[in-house]
Design a protein around this ligand. Structure first.
Ligand code: MEV
Length: 450
């Protein structure tokens, strides 16, 4: 690889020009890499343009598997849930959990609230009570001045739900916020919120300047920034399952009975509640499900993740997002999850597969999709903890890992079958599998083959 040189005007190059620059500067076999990049382009140039326009400096598409989980019963509806994820065993785990709960009443989900948040952060060098004194009028002014932006959303039942003045001067000199709450109906609402906030910031500055009773310094208010907050604890959904402990059945081929399972499961959840290291991995398992559905439906998984992790630390310590309780012979398992998502706007209708995902889910409202996403997180979490407290996680993982290794080794169907049989009761590692396949290829493995 050549040493990278500063390039100017790169964004103005054509797509082919960008590719040429890239392959010629960073690869020893440019033609082959160019062919490979092109092989991932959409066949239809019109469709490829849609993908190119999602981002900048695009040279190709990056594929991830698109899988589905059937039989997910939520309240009284049966869903087939789309998931985009590269990690082996996640879809299989969600499917197994969906099947498990299907015969035990299915999943339940309820929306607790749907409020999103935005802030105008500003500095003001006056006495707080003076600002507080004009705040009622300022609020009306902001509502009026943002009317042209909020009108359509209000017609759909949304808009600004509240405006608060927050005094943060005890944390940082002169620092205040306008904290706005929003209802954005079926859209994620990021653009709507940010446009409204920027307009609110202009209103705020103008209104303060108009206050004749304010000194020259008091009329000078500095807006630092206006932006939505991805922390939306009041955009919350609860997903849950419950059944009599006796109905949980037995695990590990009958070695673990229902009571023991429920006990260990509840204990595992307590550990994830009190131990930060475990909580992080536990929640990662939840996000395996949540992110995969978010991606499949064209939602912003980074926003969801950052919000979820903040929520997990809301009492000052990072904790498990899910909870379990075994009481009076009943096993309960639930997840409260803040999810600011949308089913209209953004990628949801532009990405052809996001559109199909929503169609597969029956073109849900944002609230319905919140339920589906939270349930998938709970299902994923159930499957992971179930494995952890019974067989261990590696049994399932390794089966999928083995499939990936076989793909990597470009194993034939015959080689794959023989390898799967051989490793059914053995520890899988890349080296061991490679050695086995190599021996199969050289005919030195006959005594292993079943
Ligand atoms: C792996 O992607 C996720 C798990 O580690 C989650 C967990 O430990 O609960 C299996």
């Amino acid at each position: 690889m050549k040493k990278a040189e500063i390039v100017s005007g790169f964004s103005k190059l054509s797509k082919r020009g960008k590719m040429r620059w890239l392959v010629e500067n960073f690869f020893s076999h440019p033609e082959e890499v160019a062919r490979e990049l092109k092989s991932f382009w959409y066949g239809d140039p019109q469709k490829q343009k849609i993908f190119d326009d999602f981002s900048e400096n695009t040279v190709s598409n990056y594929y991830l598997p698109y899988g589905v989980v059937p039989n997910v019963q939520i309240n009284d509806t049966l869903y087939c849930v789309p998931m985009v994820i590269e990690e082996s065993s996640v879809v299989a785990a969600a499917s197994a959990a969906a099947k498990f709960w299907l015969s035990r009443g299915g999943f339940k989900a309820e929306i607790i609230n749907t409020q999103k948040v935005g802030q105008v952060h500003f500095e003001w060098k006056g006495e707080a009570h003076k600002l507080e004194g004009i705040f009622a009028d300022l609020r009306s002014r902001i509502i009026e001045d943002t009317n042209h932006i909020t009108k359509n959303m209000r017609q759909r039942g949304g808009g600004i739900s509240s405006i608060e003045l927050v005094n943060k001067t005890h944390l940082e000199p002169y620092y205040y916020q306008l904290k706005l709450s929003f209802e954005t109906c079926d859209s994620m609402g990021a653009n709507f919120i940010n446009s409204t906030l920027e307009e609110a910031a202009i209103s705020l500055q103008a209104f303060v300047q108009e206050q004749e009773q304010f000194s020259k310094e008091e009329k000078e208010l500095t807006v630092i920034m206006s932006i939505l907050s991805n922390y939306t604890p009041d955009c919350l959904v609860r997903a849950s399952v419950e059944c009599p402990v006796a109905d949980l059945g037995t695990f590990s081929g009958g070695k673990i009975d229902a009571e023991k399972f429920a006990y260990k499961f509840e204990k595992a959840l307590k550990i994830a509640h009190i131990d930060v290291h475990r909580a992080t991995t536990h929640n990662k398992g939840i996000f395996n499900g949540i992110d995969a559905v978010a991606l499949a439906t064209g939602n912003d998984f980074r926003a969801i993740e950052s919000c979820g992790h903040t929520y997990a630390a809301k009492d000052g310590q990072y904790r498990s997002l899910s909870h379990a309780e075994v009481k009076d012979g009943v096993f309960k398992f639930w997840l409260d999850m803040p999810l600011a998502i949308g089913t209209v706007g953004g990628l949801t209708s532009l990405h052809p597969l996001a559109k199909r995902s929503l169609e597969m889910l029956g073109n849900p409202s944002a609230q319905e999709l919140m339920q589906v996403i939270a349930v998938t997180g709970l299902a994923q979490n159930f499957a992971a903890v179930r494995s952890l407290v019974t067989t261990g996680i590696q049994q399932g993982h390794m089966k999928m890992h083995l499939a990936n290794i076989l793909n990597h080794l470009e194993a034939t169907e015959k080689e794959a079958t023989e390898t799967l049989v051989y490793f059914a009761d053995k520890l899988v590692s890349f080296t061991a599998v490679k050695e086995f396949v190599m021996k199969l290829r050289t005919g030195k493995n006959n005594n292993f083959v079943v």
